[in-house]
Write a protein of this length. Structure first.
Length: 250
C-alpha cells in the first residue's frame, strides 16, 4: 500500500513537471550564441523547458519585432531593447543585461596576419585587403562608421561586403570570399577555417552591451524570466569570459 502511494506521488510530481514545462521562443543576436548554448542545456534539463532559438543580426531582430513577430525573449544590443520598451514592443522593466563584446579581426586560416596594433595599422590593413567582410549586426554598423572615420568610405565600397543576416564573417573568410574580417570577438574566437588576430585597438574599439527583454504578449514570460536569471547570474561569468565577452556589471 505504501509503495503504491509513493509511486502515485512520484507520478503526480512528474505530471506536474511536464504540465509546467514551457517552450520559450528566443530571438537573439549571434554574438551570444555559444554562451547561450553552454548555459541553456542545464537550464532545460533542470526545468523541463525547451528553448527554440532563432539566431540572426541586430537589424533583422529590429525588423521582426517591429513587424510584430511573436517571441518570448529577445537578446540584442541594449539600446535596441530600450527602444523596444519605449515603443511598447517589450515589457517595461524587463531588460536584463548579459554581456559586452568588442570588435575583433580575423583572416583565413594560414594567411598572413596584418598588423592591427594601432588605428593607422587597421586602416592600412583595410586598404591593403582584397576584400573586407563585416557583419550585418552591431559590429558591422561600427565598421562602416570606421570607414568614414578613416576617410576611406568611398575606397571601401568596391572592396567590402556585409554578410547575410545570421551568417558569420568566418564563413566568408574560410571560403575565400574575403581575406580580412571584422565581427564581435565572441563570433570569431571559436570558428574553424580562420585565424583570430585580436581585438581592435582601444582607441577605436567599440563595445556592444547585449541585453535581454521580454516582448509584450509573450506566452512564456515566467520561464523567460527564469532563463534571463540564468544567463545573467554571477555563475555565468566564466562561460561568458571563455567566449570572448565580459559579464555586464550588475
Amino acid at each position: 500500500m505504501k509503495a503504491r502511494f509513493i509511486a502515485a506521488a512520484v507520478c503526480g510530481l512528474l505530471m506536474t513537471h511536464v504540465a509546467q514545462a514551457a517552450e520559450i521562443k528566443l530571438l537573439a543576436a549571434g554574438a551570444i550564441k555559444e554562451i547561450f548554448l553552454e548555459l541553456a542545456a542545464p537550464f532545460e534539463g533542470s526545468t523541463g523547458n525547451k528553448v527554440v532559438a532563432t539566431w540572426t543580426s541586430s537589424a533583422d531582430i529590429k525588423k521582426r519585432i517591429g513587424a510584430g513577430e511573436a517571441f518570448d525573449l529577445v537578446i540584442v544590443g541594449a539600446p535596441d531593447v530600450d527602444a523596444f520598451i519605449k515603443d511598447g514592443k517589450m515589457v517595461p522593466g524587463s531588460r536584463i543585461d548579459i554581456a559586452g563584446s568588442g570588435v575583433g579581426v580575423a583572416v583565413k586560416a594560414g594567411a598572413a596576419k596584418p598588423d592591427i596594433g594601432t588605428s593607422e595599422a587597421v586602416k592600412n590593413a583595410m586598404l591593403s585587403a582584397r576584400m573586407v567582410a563585416y557583419s550585418a549586426g552591431a559590429s558591422g554598423v561600427y565598421v562602416q562608421r570606421l570607414f568614414e572615420r578613416f576617410g576611406i568610405a568611398e575606397q571601401m565600397k568596391s572592396k567590402s561586403k556585409q554578410t547575410a543576416p545570421g551568417v558569420r564573417v568566418a564563413q566568408y573568410l574560410a571560403n575565400g570570399e574575403a581575406d580580412l574580417g571584422f565581427q564581435q570577438v565572441s563570433e570569431l574566437v571559436h570558428e574553424t577555417g580562420i585565424d583570430y588576430i585580436g581585438p581592435l585597438p582601444a582607441d577605436i574599439q567599440n563595445i556592444t552591451n547585449y541585453s535581454s527583454g521580454i516582448p509584450v504578449g509573450s506566452n512564456a514570460s515566467e520561464p523567460a524570466k527564469a532563463l534571463q536569471a540564468v544567463l545573467s547570474a554571477p555563475a555565468a561569468a566564466p562561460v561568458i569570459r571563455k567566449n570572448g565577452m565580459e559579464p555586464s556589471r550588475r
